[in-house]
Design a protein. Structure first.
Lengths: 114, 113
């Protein structure tokens, strides 16, 4: 297994367009998390899945954001009607509950809204 | 209100010396703490963690200390190496869901040869 994969690595979009990011977690990890990171700040929690169930969403996740994890494997994060404030690094992490090795992050998708 | 604070944005140490990175938290519900290291253009990489039932955890050159009464933790790196130069994030969570972490804003460590 090559770790957590995120696609694309970079995305430039015009304001108002929709974008979708994909995350492929480590195969045996049943938990998957999405975070957002802006310049100079730490990652902020957005939402997480256990298998295919979305168990929690942050108040940061407005109605324009939606995440799915069909069949408990890969996950997608969609942002509709993008705004300049959505420009950030979107990070995905996967892991297993109570695993002392922590959670494995992907390299992220950098979104730039122009 | 920022619940996890890393008050030093940057730290510079000489190779071979000790690096001490500090972190403070305010939420007493946090009972599991993690440190991540991040290189440019990569995601954070897990380094070491500590549960609130312990006050110290060691892994090779890395030791994390937890002072629950002060709501403070620190990461010690001994000896520091140039390859340790990175951004270090402190993260706090509840043990029931350690993947949902609240992160500090990071400390950039530079280890000079």
């Amino acid at each position: 297994d090559t770790g957590v994969s995120q696609d694309p690595r970079h995305k430039i979009t015009k304001r108002g367009q929709n974008v979708t990011f994909r995350c492929d977690p480590i195969s045996e990890h049943n938990r998957l998390y999405w975070y957002r990171q802006t310049l100079g700040q730490g990652p902020e929690f957005l939402t997480y899945f256990q298998n295919e169930a979305q168990l929690e969403k942050s108040r940061l996740l407005s109605d324009r954001f939606s995440a799915e994890r069909p069949k408990g494997s890969f996950s997608t994060l969609e942002i509709q009607r993008t705004e300049q404030g959505d420009s950030a690094m979107y990070l995905c992490a996967s892991g297993v509950l109570r695993d002392s090795r922590g959670y494995t992050f992907g390299s992220g998708t950098r979104l730039t809204v122009v | 209100d920022q619940q996890v604070k890393q008050n030093s944005p940057s730290l510079s140490v000489q190779e071979g010396r000790i690096s001490i990175l500090n972190c403070d938290y305010t939420n007493s519900m946090f009972d599991y703490f993690l440190w991540y290291k991040k290189y440019p253009a990569e995601g954070p990489t897990f380094l070491i963690s500590i549960s609130s039932i312990k006050d110290k955890n060691e892994d090779g050159r890395f030791t994390v200390f937890l002072n629950k009464s002060a709501k403070h933790l620190s990461l010690h790196i001994v000896p520091s190496q140039p390859g340790d130069s990175a951004v270090y994030f402190c993260a706090a969570s509840q043990n029931t869901n350690a993947g949902k972490s609240t992160f500090g804003d990071g400390t950039t460590l530079t280890v000079k040869p």
